[in-house]
Design a protein around this ligand. Structure first.
Ligand code: PMP
Length: 417
């Protein structure tokens, strides 16, 4: 089978009929070389930290770029108090847990984290389970809760970890945020499955838009289903006090399962699941990740401080919103399409994947590092540049980026018609 490198995407290499693993690796290796020679590179090396300006590149060619690629929205990976708390965690507990939570790897800081994150959401202390990543919080939880007699009903734009969590169960997807399609699936699934679990994101990772939470919650309850909300990109950013997308809709104590990450706003690594105490206990003792894999290392003690800072230092959230509003308005004033975002994820929607790749390259030439997102992460004709705004961006960073977009817009005609 011939793969046309000019039009190929990563997805085309997942499984090539008749190719064994080495043959697939060979052709993929050549594809990466081809991409590199055309100036398209992923997995670039960051030589500094999650700052707003980062040094990127290999040893021979490194350069400083204004960064829009990390989800360290509030800048907490660099906050002195968060770093100090992480260091204290290491001093007290060492560097690892050396066992899985079920059989010796459950430490008092894990318990502190569970208490802290559940009370952050106004829930009881035994209603949280800590995971190694946000990815496994989703995938491992879903794999243990949903079996072949059950069904997952998912918004098609949910994260890959949710799709992975659904491999042992039945799954139906509905078009993004489409209430009618969701209701239709709920209707046709009535009396057919033991558990019907609707899974959505609070904030969607590619468009930065939010789910119609109240309407979805009402529908889910009308059809006796359950609701799981992954709010990885909402927590710390949305809501009057930063509790995420569920706060302003008063759903924090109503949604059946909330999942999240410690790797974005909280500036660390790890994930969590919030659920009723019996469900949380079931997940804690039954999910394979909790039984067979070690979880959060002692440096996660930094998360305890990061959670406190959401209340203690709201100025970071305020600065983030000042930046988001300024940046979005600047892009829109240039005639660029930022879609339906209501969060710190700001896309510039372009459509054509090749033009999007060219915009990404031109941004790099201007000293700006932002990701080009193409199929399969988004639909084929919905390619975009995706940027994560941070509280630590200065106005001059945003202005420089807006100037770059103005230049690129004039050359590549990417403004909305
Ligand atoms: N859910 C969503 C919506 C995400 O965007 C991500 C990370 N990109 C995850 C889950 C996984 O989080 P983590 O990086 O902590 O594994």
């Amino acid at each position: 089978m011939d793969i046309n490198f000019e039009t190929a995407t990563f997805k085309d290499f997942e499984n090539i009929p008749g190719y064994n693993m080495m043959q697939r690796a060979d052709i993929y290796y050549d594809f990466l070389d081809y991409m590199k020679s055309n100036g398209h590179q992923y997995r670039l090396r960051n030589n500094t930290a999650c700052n707003s300006v980062i040094n990127v590149g290999n040893d021979e060619t490194t350069k400083d770029y204004i960064s829009f690629v990390t989800s360290d929205y509030l800048g907490f990976t660099q906050h002195p108090k968060v770093k100090q708390a992480a260091i204290e965690g290491i001093e007290k507990y060492g560097t690892g847990t050396a066992a899985t939570p079920l059989i010796g790897g459950y430490f008092s800081y894990h318990n502190d984290l569970e208490k802290k994150i559940s009370s952050f959401f106004g829930r009881q202390e035994d209603e949280a389970v800590v995971f190694t990543t946000g990815y496994t919080a989703n995938s491992a939880t879903l794999q243990i809760l949903l079996q072949k007699e059950d069904i997952a009903i998912v918004d098609m734009a949910v994260h890959a970890s949710v799709y992975e969590g659904c491999i042992l169960t039945n799954r139906k997807t509905f078009p993004h945020n489409n209430l009618e399609a969701l209701e239709q699936i709920l209707k046709t699934s009535e009396n057919q499955y033991r558990t019907k679990l609707v899974i959505i994101d609070g904030v969607y990772s590619q468009d930065g838009d939010v789910a119609p939470l109240k309407e979805i919650y009402d529908l889910v309850k009308k059809y006796n289903a359950f609701l799981m909300v992954d709010d990885v990109h909402g927590v710390g950013i949305l809501g009057k006090t930063g509790r995420g997308s569920l706060e302003d809709t008063n759903l924090l104590d109503k949604v059946d399962i909330i999942t999240g990450t410690f790797s974005k706003t909280f500036g660390n690594l790890g994930g969590y699941v919030i659920a009723d105490k019996r469900l949380a206990t079931f997940i804690r003792f039954q999910s394979r990740q909790q039984i067979f894999s070690a979880t959060a290392p002692p440096s996660s003690a930094g998360i305890l401080k990061a959670i406190d800072l959401i209340d203690e230092e709201p100025q970071w959230r305020q600065k983030l919103w000042t930046n988001i509003n300024y940046f979005k308005k600047g892009l829109n004033d240039l005639g660029l399409d930022t879609g339906t975002t209501c969060s710190a994820i700001v896309p510039v929607k372009i459509g054509d994947p090749h033009i999007t790749g060219d915009v990404g390259k031109m941004l790099i030439d201007h000293g700006i590092y932002a990701n080009s997102i193409i199929y399969p992460a988004v639909a084929r004709k919905d390619a975009r540049i995706r940027m994560s705004v941070m509280a630590t961006h200065e106005k001059e960073h945003l202005d420089k980026t807006l100037n770059a977009f103005e230049d690129i817009k004039n050359k590549l005609h990417i403004a909305k018609k």
